[in-house]
Design a protein around this ligand. Structure first.
Ligand SMILES: Nc1ncnc2c1ncn2[C@@H]1O[C@H](COP(=O)(O)OP(=O)(O)O)[C@@H](O)[C@H]1O
Ligand SMILES: Cc1ncc(COP(=O)(O)OP(=O)(O)O)c(N)n1
Length: 266
């Protein structure tokens, strides 16, 4: 069985973060492991607090996994602050990582800063160059590049700038566009488009976490980057189509193995 690691924050309501990652891994039939970087106080209505995990404990969680288990792919999500980012980058650099998906989580849908503002530079300097693929949404791509992004042409320009920062591939996600949900992959030469109709729902909590974990699962299984994202895009589309309300705010996406098996994704 393939073994996947997520390095991310905990979401107490289970829709995003570590919890969404592990559900996505399970739905993909891979074995999920976790290094928790921060614990958020979160429900469907917002994020109300954060407790960062100490760098020493983050480092040791990573070390005990890699010293014992061969890891087929790693996904990085919420990294909170500069010290956390440096610890993760330094510790991972001691190991040979096959596939690394970096989701540059910055601000939750409810507007909470999951990445401290001053940590942006550390993320760009230390994590982006290590990534197989980095998956910014539009607001994240704007912060990383300094561009204003409204159109597919803007997304391509942003992908080009982010590519120069060192990752092997860049996927700019279009969940925040007005019409179709178009994601664009850039490999330094060619742009590949992943289109889906916009699903009319308020329940999109954890979409970015789910997509990046699905990509990591598929890369870990040995798929090419283009296939890994194609299957992950189909997965997130079905997950959003089947999303549901569990509270008063933004509900989570669905992770149900049988649903994806029936769609031929697993
Ligand atoms: N309403 C929607 N309908 C269809 N696809 C969506 C919708 N919202 C987001 N997506 C897709 O979900 C994935 C996550 O994108 P996005 O929401 O931009 O990320 P984030 O959660 O990081 O803000 C992308 O593949 C995007 O195209
Ligand atoms: C602990 C934690 N990590 C990441 C996020 C952001 O997740 P995302 O998939 O971008 O979903 P929304 O916040 O946009 O719903 C999070 N909320 N919590």
């Amino acid at each position: 069985m393939k073994k996947l690691l997520t390095i991310a924050g905990s979401d107490s309501c289970g829709g995003a973060g570590i919890q969404a990652d592990l559900k996505t891994f399970s739905a993909h039939g891979v074995f999920g492991m976790s290094v928790i970087t921060a614990v958020t106080v979160q429900n469907t209505q917002g994020v109300f607090g954060v407790q960062d995990i100490s760098p020493d404990i983050i480092q040791r969680q990573i070390e005990v996994i890699f010293d014992d288990i061969s890891v087929d792919a790693v996904k990085i999500g919420m990294v909170s602050k500069t010290e956390t980012i440096k610890t993760i980058a330094e510790t991972l650099s001691k190991y040979s990582i096959q596939n690394l998906v970096v989701d540059p989580v910055m601000v939750s849908k409810s507007g909470f800063h999951l990445l401290q503002l001053e940590a942006k530079e550390a993320l760009i300097t230390h994590l982006l160059p290590m990534a197989t693929v980095v998956t910014p949404n539009l607001p994240e791509a704007e912060v990383i590049t300094g561009l204003e992004i409204n159109t597919l042409e803007d997304m391509k320009k942003a992908a080009h700038i982010i590519y120069k920062m060192g990752p092997k591939y860049v996927l700019v996600k279009g969940g925040h566009l007005e019409d179709e949900a178009v994601d664009i992959l850039y490999d330094g030469t060619v742009f590949t488009y992943y289109n889906s109709p916009r699903i009319d729902t308020k329940n999109t909590h954890g979409t970015g976490c789910t997509l990046s974990s699905a990509i990591a699962s598929n890369l870990g299984k040995g798929l090419s980057i283009v296939e890994a994202i194609e299957k992950a895009k189909n997965y997130i589309t079905i997950a959003i189509e089947n999303s549901f309300s569990i509270g008063k705010g933004v509900g989570p996406t669905h992770h149900f193995y049988e649903l994806y098996k029936k769609a031929g994704l697993l």
